[in-house]
Design a protein around this ligand. Structure first.
Ligand code: PLP
Length: 369
């Protein structure tokens, strides 16, 4: 298989697996137990917390481990002291969109920040949020479909001054671009392990010291009373290891991946009518999403699958649903073109040969000689 869908998930890194195995086999103590077998696991858990904290430039006490990016997004919104008005952008991941919708049912007003045709947040709409009484916003750092990177540091600087709480979903940006929580200036930030070659079912919410946050899951006082339940030890240790590896290889790894993307894009643009979405914008080094007139994206995805190539027709969560990408629709892309969209997200193990094979296969499927 040629795997070109790393924004959906990444393969587990071999070193990460090695780091996890002892905590599935030998060290099975409960990290909350006071005897030695528990303390050994507690210590490993705290090392993982440090590794994740280091990757984003915070103190370990600012990290709460969750079951993934989805739970971190839920905790950000629902764990904050009750607010009456929130805002999200139109291109957020379903774990933000649906969470906002569920709050709406509890009489919370929800504003939506539109994007322009390039997928950038409308700055005027953001400037008006505080005046409109919005108390908390969630604006993603990088989009999972187009890869567009937003200027969150600038946005949060102005919103923070006006007393608005800022959350950013940094799930897709993590380990693809450098992230410094303090430089971003946000109050809350969501992360996920399986997008950075760590295990699935693990993530974290990063929060500003002193911010009032409440647990959504009640029980024992784990995770500094912010998430009850015995920790998913092996997964957290895997996430920590993946974070440490990412910190070491981020610059060189992403340079290689960007190079591959440039080769890919130079080939793609030779296909008549092909349009790369947000082409001129600053995007994640690994991501390119394109549309092809008169092509059904889901059908093309299946045909590529038959040839052993895995791509996405949008975000993994909406694949198979048959609906056009809400991100592209928010950007004003016409329905038919949005429905033709294919997203390629490259990863560490991809090679130039794989790119060549993909482009040749794509061209043969869309009948380009
Ligand atoms: N946020 C974004 C931007 C994502 O792309 C994803 C996953 O695709 C998530 C959140 C959810 O993360 P998880 O799969 O860890 O729940």
């Amino acid at each position: 298989m040629i795997y070109l869908d790393h924004n959906a998930t990444t393969p587990l890194n071999g070193q990460v697996l090695e780091a996890m195995l002892p905590y599935l086999q030998t060290f099975y103590g409960n990290p909350s137990s006071l005897y030695r077998a528990g303390r050994v696991v507690r210590s490993a858990l705290e090392t993982a917390r440090e590794q994740v904290a280091t990757l984003v430039g915070v103190q370990p006490t600012q990290v709460v481990f969750t079951s993934g990016g989805t739970e971190a997004n839920n905790l950000a919104f629902k764990g904050i002291a009750p607010v009456r008005k929130i805002a999200i952008s139109a291109i957020e991941h379903p774990s933000i969109l649906e969470t906002a919708l569920s709050l709406k049912q509890n009489d919370v007003f929800v504003d939506t920040v539109p994007v322009d045709s390039e997928g950038l947040f409308n700055t005027q709409a953001i400037e008006n949020l505080a005046k409109d009484g919005v108390e908390m916003v969630s604006l993603m750092l990088a989009n999972n479909e187009t890869g567009v990177i937003q200027n969150i540091a600038k946005i949060s600087k102005s919103l923070r001054k006006q007393g608005v709480i800022v959350h950013t979903d940094a799930v897709q940006a993590l380990a693809k671009i450098p992230i410094d929580f303090n430089q971003l200036g946000v109050h809350l930030m969501s992360l996920s392990s399986h997008k950075i070659y760590g295990p699935k079912g693990c993530g974290a919410l990063i929060f500003e010291q002193g911010l009032e946050l409440h647990s959504l899951i009640t029980g024992g006082g784990q995770e500094h009373e912010l998430r009850a339940g015995t920790e998913n030890v092996a997964a957290i240790i895997g996430f920590g290891c993946a974070a440490e590896l990412a910190a070491k290889s981020l610059a060189s790894g992403q340079k290689k991946i960007l190079n591959l993307r440039k080769i890919l894009e130079s080939e793609l643009i030779t296909i008549p009518g092909l349009q790369i979405f947000s082409e001129q914008q600053q995007r994640l080094p690994n991501t390119v999403q394109f549309g092809l007139p008169d092509i059904d994206g889901e059908m093309l995805l299946m045909q590529l699958d038959q040839k052993g190539i895995a791509v996405s027709s949008g975000s993994a969560c909406s694949s198979g649903a048959g609906a056009a990408s809400h991100v592209l629709i928010a950007m004003g892309v016409e329905q038919a073109l949005a429905k033709s969209a294919i997203r390629i997200s490259l990863g560490q193990e991809n090679t130039e040969e794989e790119i060549t094979t993909f482009v040749q296969t794509l061209k043969s499927l869309v009948s380009i000689p």
